[in-house]
Design a binder for this molecule. Structure first.
Ligand code: MN
Length: 335
């Protein structure tokens, strides 16, 4: 730990400069988690664990933050009595940071944060209200394509289908190994969705071939991309404290390769990333540490993309203090 380590900041990094290059946003949101508990404590636990992550990144070739200003923003305050109010407040909290002048690195919270994040992203200068331009790349054990779960249409189990409902143009999924019949049918019939099942990528017979196809698919991405990493996409042994750990998932290096491939796609711009379903475990910090490692990797390859000219910088810098936007979108949807 270095001398200028700042408690409560991602990687303990001191913030340099008034303009924000990367903002770390914490969403301690847990309203619909079905099995585990503690995802509301995940973001802070991830920040704490990030103090143990090495700052050197071999792909970047430098120590983080490599001259960039990384701002760990005050966490979302969790306000909102009803589910709809919480979703609106999450979107309103995120919106000012999707202005295109900085890169949002979002820590959740359960996967139900995805639809309000997508809603917040629609004013991004590369999207301009047309979410059809946006591709979501999803690492997950579950397809999250349910119509509803326990009568709740904004459950974490519906995160991907609600995002498609908002108009997202394309969805690429990997790690998927737990899904319902309705989800299997949607994957087969909906042309927006491409799914690489864990059964195929982890196969001891043809897994390597399928994995190469997945990485090729990512390299061929075009336009704005959001990367959503549900920690349970990784093998359950790596993330024992996540909401629903599932065996048979991605290895740590497959998650790293996926992140690197998305951010190095020559014709795509990754506008934001979220790492969700982080739940801390006191005796073994493995889950939150794994999340912190993935977040640090995303930060490193984002900075690498900047160095290589694959980041839009024409948006005006808007500084560090930004007011949340008021929205009633989800209230209207759910009324
Ligand atoms: Mn999920």
């Amino acid at each position: 730990m270095s001398e200028d380590y700042v408690e409560g900041n991602f990687l303990g990094l001191p913030e340099q400069g008034e303009n924000v290059d990367v903002v770390v946003l914490q969403l301690p949101y847990e309203l619909t988690t079905s099995y585990g508990q503690g995802t509301a404590l995940g973001p802070a636990a991830c920040i704490a664990a990030s103090g143990q992550v090495e700052l050197f990144d071999s792909k970047l070739g430098h120590d983080l933050p490599s001259g960039a200003c990384i701002f760990t923003a005050p966490e979302w305050n969790g306000e909102g009595g009803s589910l709809a109010e919480q979703l609106d407040n999450i979107s309103g909290y995120l919106q000012p940071w999707f202005a295109g002048d900085c890169f949002p690195l979002v820590l959740g919270g359960e996967h139900g944060i995805l639809p309000p994040l997508v809603h917040a992203a629609q004013n991004h200068p590369l999207i301009e209200g047309d979410l059809g331009r946006l591709t979501i790349v999803q690492i997950d054990a579950h397809a999250d394509l349910r119509c509803e779960l326990n009568g709740e249409s904004y459950s974490h189990a519906c995160a991907a289908s609600r995002s498609l409902d908002l108009g997202v143009g394309r969805l690429l999924q990997v790690g998927i190994r737990a899904y319902a019949k309705e989800e299997a049918e949607m994957i087969q019939t909906d042309e927006r969705i491409t799914t690489f099942f864990a059964r195929e990528t982890q196969s001891s017979i043809h897994g390597a071939t399928t994995w190469t196809k997945w990485l090729d698919t990512l390299q061929n991405l075009t336009g704005p991309v959001h990367l959503t990493i549900d920690l349970d996409g990784l093998d359950g042994s790596l993330v024992p404290a996540t909401g629903t750990p599932v065996p048979g998932g991605l290895t740590f290096w497959q998650a790293i390769e996926t992140i690197e491939a998305v951010f190095s796609a020559p014709n795509a711009v990754v506008i934001s990333v979220d790492i969700n379903e982080i739940a801390p475990q006191e005796n073994t910090p493995l889950t939150q540490f794994t999340a912190a490692m993935l977040a640090a990797k995303a930060l490193a390859v984002h900075l690498k993309a900047r160095n290589e000219g694959r980041w839009i910088t024409n948006a005006q810098p808007a500084g560090r203090s930004r007011e949340a936007i008021q929205t009633t979108f989800f209230k209207q949807q759910l009324s």
